[in-house]
Each structure stands twice: as structure tokens, then as C-alpha cells.
Design a protein around this ligand. Structure first.
Ligand SMILES: [Fe+2]
Length: 164
């Protein structure tokens, strides 16, 4: 793919996010079935639905620019997924796996927040209202989810410490 202009970079970064969001949607379904807390499982399933919408929002951005997503594997999401697989292989207890999944989800959300902030900034420089709106919708959902995960981690951590 051509990488000569700021718009090329914008398309490269959106392509990586598109790949990352698709992998995140798969992972959310998987980990929602592994956690031992109902409220957390519900939250992960809700964010899976939001993630499907985010993928559509990204596709709308590509369409708006008359482009389509390029093959750019999202290396950050790949690494977090690999870390998860290795951790599961070490056979942690249910409580520990649940806490680990919460931490992994928080890492992903913060990566996404930084990525969408970068993309919104570039869309602003391009002065493109439609791009700004779609990307800000995704950014807001990630910020809200990160906040919910942090509150959940705090509550679950306290409960698990009390049990230990
Ligand atoms: Fe997302």
C-alpha cells in the first residue's frame, strides 16, 4: 500500500483498527464465556455489540473516502490475544483468569482510546465532519467501557481479596 501522504497514514491506521476491532469482537465473545462474574460477562457481551457497530462505523469512513480497508494486521491486539492464550495454558484458577481478562480488556480499551484519539485528531485536521463523528462515536464507547472495566476490576478485586 502507498504510504506517502498523511491521508495514506490515516488509511493505514484505520485499516489496522478495522482488523483489530474484528479480532476484539471475537475475543469478547470468547472471554465473556470464561469469566466467573455475571455482571462482567454481561458488560463484555454489550461491548461486543458495540464493537460490531464500531466495525460498521469504520467501514462507513472507508466508504466515505471511496476506499476499502487494506490488509494491516493489528499487531497490538495480536500480542494481547497471544498473551491471553499463553495465560489460559497455564491453567489459572477461575478468579485469577477473571481478573486477568479484566486487565487484558482494559489494556485493549486504552490502546483503542489512544488510536481513536489519533484518528479523530487527523480527521479534524482534514476538516471532515462525517469522519470526525463516526470516529468520535467509537472513541466515546471505548472511554465509557474503560471506565466500567476499571470500576468492575476494583469491586472484583476487593471481593476476591476478601475470599483469599
Ligand atoms: Fe472497539
Amino acid at each position: 500500500m502507498k504510504l506517502d501522504t498523511p491521508k495514506d497514514l490515516f488509511l493505514y491506521e484505520m485499516s489496522a483498527m478495522h482488523d483489530g476491532e474484528k479480532k476484539i469482537a471475537e475475543m469478547l465473545t470468547e472471554v465473556a464465556g470464561k469469566v466467573n462474574d455475571k455482571a462482567l460477562a454481561e458488560m463484555l457481551r454489550t461491548h461486543k455489540k458495540e464493537t460490531d457497530q464500531q466495525i460498521e462505523n469504520l467501514e462507513k469512513c472507508f466508504e466515505h473516502l471511496g476506499e476499502s480497508p487494506q490488509r494491516v494486521p493489528c499487531a497490538t491486539v495480536d500480542a494481547i490475544r497471544e498473551e491471553y492464550r499463553e495465560f489460559v495454558g497455564m491453567k489459572p484458577s477461575e478468579d485469577v483468569l477473571t481478573m486477568f481478562i479484566l486487565g487484558g480488556a482494559a489494556k485493549i480499551e486504552h490502546f483503542e482510546i489512544a488510536s481513536y484519539r489519533g484518528l479523530v485528531g487527523k480527521a479534524m485536521l482534514m476538516g471532515d465532519t462525517q469522519l470526525i463523528q463516526s470516529l468520535e462515536t467509537n472513541l466515546l464507547q471505548e472511554e465509557e467501557t474503560a471506565g466500567k472495566l476499571e470500576r468492575c476490576a476494583h469491586e472484583l478485586g476487593q471481593r476476591m481479596l476478601a475470599r483469599a
